[in-house]
Design a protein around this ligand. Structure first.
Ligand SMILES: *Cc1c(COP(=O)(O)O)cnc(C)c1O
Length: 368
């Protein structure tokens, strides 16, 4: 039996009859950039996330850059974030000229340890950028309290967490700005790159609307230098067709996670993902912690089971960030996680038989 890490073809089969006419309609209209489809998607997404506004843009990375620019974060500023995340979290901070300042993660959730934030604050700190990694929200109440106390902005990197909640509030609706990605492997993916910014602040909304079109809402008149960071109408059409399915797909992922947890519960060599109380995990990734990670990875590959390591090298150890002056050992929990975690297939269309096969293959290996 072959089990891929992610197979988007069964999802496409579910939506094919609805998505192809929408794509054809977009092509017939020959209106490809922004326009009514993007505007309609923005309204629907704001409602889904729980904010007053949403702004479609070209990628999750550009969503983060637009968010930082809209808060006037740049040269000389510091932004506190996690070293255990996708590269774009920290690269966006670097890209606007600011300095990423890392704090370590919690060993059980792999999320930013909010107890470590205050020690990292300096008089240059402008914002905190928590990452709702793998589909679960950071402990936002204490984080927001710290932000308020020190007058800091909060940009939520919710690129892996659309539909995830914290105490009933949607990821991306708690801080000043939320950032989302429609990269195809995210839980709500387009047929290419795309992203979205969420906010309930009208000033920030107006600013980002301009920033995504070269900093000028009136064409050829520029208030400031922005980006070309627009969302394609074709992507909006695809995402709009998929949105009504997202709740069901998320439930499918959660059901798969429950079954894995059950099948791994007697194996003392495996640490399964933790869902904290009052949080709704959407399992963009189902990540195990194991002793002999690299051997397990090889074993799964040999058995034609897809798996991946998110992420093998913490950001403070990346060559491009050596100028930040961090050393090995500075963030021990991130470094440990980078050496011991592995993601298994979790997409909603997996069959029970496939999940049992994956779990058995893992258990047979990890018990020996
Ligand atoms: C995917 C992702 C991004 C970037 O999104 P793109 O659409 O690929 O640019 C940023 N942060 C995190 C945590 C992500 O997972």
């Amino acid at each position: 039996m072959k089990v891929p890490l992610l197979d988007l073809k069964p999802q496409y089969a579910q939506i094919k009859d609805k998505v192809l006419p929408e794509i054809m309609d977009t092509i017939e209209n020959q209106a490809f950039i922004l326009g009514p489809k993007v505007a309609k998607l923005e309204t629907q997404m704001a409602e889904y996330i729980g904010t007053d506004y949403a702004i479609g843009c070209s990628s999750g990375t550009d969503a983060l850059i637009l968010a930082l620019m809209a808060l006037d974060i740049g040269n000389g500023d510091e932004v506190i974030t996690t070293p255990y995340t996708f590269f774009a979290t920290a690269s966006s901070i670097h890209r606007v000229g600011a300095k990423p300042v890392f704090v370590d993660i919690e060993p059980d959730t792999y999320l930013m340890d909010v107890n470590k934030i205050e020690a990292a604050i300096t008089d240059k700190t402008k914002a905190i950028m928590p990452v709702h990694l793998f589909g679960q929200c950071v402990d936002m109440d204490p984080l927001m309290e710290i932000a308020r106390k020190h007058n800091l902005k909060v940009i939520e990197d919710a690129c892996q967490s659309i539909g995830s909640t914290y105490k009933g509030k949607g990821a991306g609706s708690i801080g000043d700005i939320g950032c989302f990605s429609f990269f195809p492997s995210k839980n709500l993916g387009g047929f290419g790159d795309g992203g979205l910014v969420s906010t309930s602040n009208k000033e920030i909304y107006d600013r980002i609307i301009g920033l995504r079109v070269h900093g000028g809402i009136v064409q050829y008149h520029h208030q400031e230098v922005g980006l070309n960071a627009r969302l394609d109408a074709l992507q909006a059409a695809v995402i709009m067709v998929k949105l009504p399915y997202l709740k069901g797909w998320t439930e499918g992922r959660r059901k798969n996670a429950d079954l894995y947890n059950e099948l791994f519960k007697d194996n003392a060599n495996i640490v399964t993902p933790v869902e904290k109380s009052e949080r709704y995990h959407i399992y963009n990734q189902y990540v195990l912690r194991v002793e002999n990670r690299d051997e397990l990875k090889n074993h799964l590959s040999a058995n034609e089971i897809g798996c991946s390591v998110y992420y093998p090298l913490s950001l403070h150890q990346q060559k491009c960030f050596s100028y930040l002056g961090y050393n090995k050992g500075d963030f021990p929990e991130s470094e440990k996680a980078a050496l011991s975690t592995i993601a298994l297939p979790i997409f909603p269309e997996l069959t029970e038989e496939q999940i049992r096969f994956v779990a058995k293959t893992v258990n047979d290996f990890s018990k020996s």
